[in-house]
Design a binder for this molecule. Sequence first.
Ligand code: HAS
Ligand code: CU
Length: 554
Amino acid sequence: MSASVVYDPRPYRLPEGQLRVLTWSMYIAIAAMAAGMAHGLAQALSYGGIDVLQHFPGLKSYYQGLTVHGVANVLVLTFAFSNGFLPLLVSRAVSRPLNGPLLHATFWALLAGVVLTSYAVTSNQASVLYTAYAPLQAHWTYYLGLALVVVSTWLATANMSLTVRAWRREHPGERTPLLAFISVASYAMWVLASIPIAVSFLGFLLPWSLGWIERVDPLFNRTLFWFTGHPIVYAWLLPAYVSWYALIPRQVGGKLVSDTLTRGVFILFLLLSIPTGFHHQYTDPGISTKMKALHALMTFGVFYPSLATAFSVTASLEMGGRARGGGGLLGWIRKLPWGDPSVAAQLLAMLTFVLGGITGLINASYTVNQVVHNTAWIPGHFHMTVGSAVFLTIIGVTYWAVPYLTGKKLWAPKLAALQPWVYSIGLFIFARGLISGGLQGMPRRTFMAQATYTGEGWELAGALTAIGGSIMTVSILMFFLVIGMTWLVGKQGEAPTDIPISEALSPPATAGWTTKLDRLGWWVVAAIVLIVIAYGPFFLTYSMNMVSPGFRIF
Ligand code: HAS
Ligand code: CU
């Protein structure tokens, strides 16, 4: 193994059969993106007072469209992508194949989940939005389908863990390659974080939708939702961070700055992502103010590893820019390989995420949250996080992954490098609309095109949202054009033959306390302790009121 143990430098490519399964997982992600995008445009236009929803064949309501948009983009696109991406990186990092049966089980669980959920949503039996709040009741296929999507991520985690464990057995005393460690840590956090939603769906909402139990407790299920629903955002984000730390430095000619810092950042996410969910419930009754304040404090804690990431990744980029001849304070930025579509997409993902992160801090501030909660500000925030950092990184990775996986050269790379610019310009206009509208009280999750009321500044805000959203849609169509043409006419044999993985500036220690960082099991135990502190008091003192029958108002 090389001096910088980020990955095993011997050339390695997964057996084609296994690669095909991972590739199809990513194709499911791209299909979800198509569905999500079409409904995204309709949502954005609605803010501008334009109702195109009525022209969608088979669409019954605004909320059905919004459910498709949310579920397709943040539940299917993200996890289908990561189910393909993370195991690919792990197997490459340790130069070992994955477990075949587990790999197939992951794929089929995902596909079955997506089919069931799609059935529920497209037949208008699950217009409950992605948050699935009781007492709104969806068809049972919605809960079961999404539970299967979650199960697929557990199977993918088991597969990666087994692969790494087999490597460790063959390499006693050696540090786990960094790329494998951070990929497994990302999904390990998610496995822990997803247990509450599994309990809510399988223990309450699914039996309730089947008529096996008559009533559920809405607040209890909502709390289980956000128990998972906050850390889920880091399950979307961390695969992007994996790319920013371990792949992007190589793509720009720099190096990963610190092995120990990188491991530490992912461990902090494992520890701090979960005990923060009450920051989505500041206005909910039935939860003590003290516990909400504790979660606010923890939220400021989980801000830290992202700040560390900002500095660390910027240092890697600066190293690359300077190696390419960039001088002065900021001259290195221009020298970065902006012409490489994969790099351009991810650099813009980072830049737009700066504003996403700042707006998150505003949300997290307990009292300031009162100003923005349930307003258009919130979708403003999350389109600059999941809709930028995550989405543009998925696109950036796809720009090298599709050629790598199919052996075909990327079609029209210049167009591809322009695409993330169009997206980011659209995003800034769009988010400016939602953010300013939100500050002036414009609501979220409301069909503004049919609202019989308006407020000061909403017209401009709505127009900017609609214009920005339309530009973003054009950009995604450019992406589909590039990827579609790559499939159809991409030249065989001119694609990259290996994954772009960085070297680290210095190798990880082989003695001393930092070697203990690799013991993921212990960190999981520590995370559980923090979760018990943050959620124990609520669950110990809450008396469940199974009061609510299901409502289907769609
Ligand atoms: Fe959030 C609501 C707080 C991050 C997603 N968030 C949401 C919702 C979503 C979401 C979907 O405290 C709405 C849920 C719903 O439907 O109701 N959020 C935060 C905080 C952070 C944060 C403190 N959110 C995210 C991420 C998301 C996401 C990440 C998706 C992936 N959020 C909240 C709160 C609410 C909320 C409240 C509830 C609001 C309410 O009232 O309902 C932080 O983790 C953010 C940390 C990020 C940073 C930025 C670091 C910047 C980096 C880029 C570096 C740049 C470089 C540029 C390297 C500190 C790493 C160099 C480039 C060159 C070219 C030089
Ligand atoms: Cu959150």
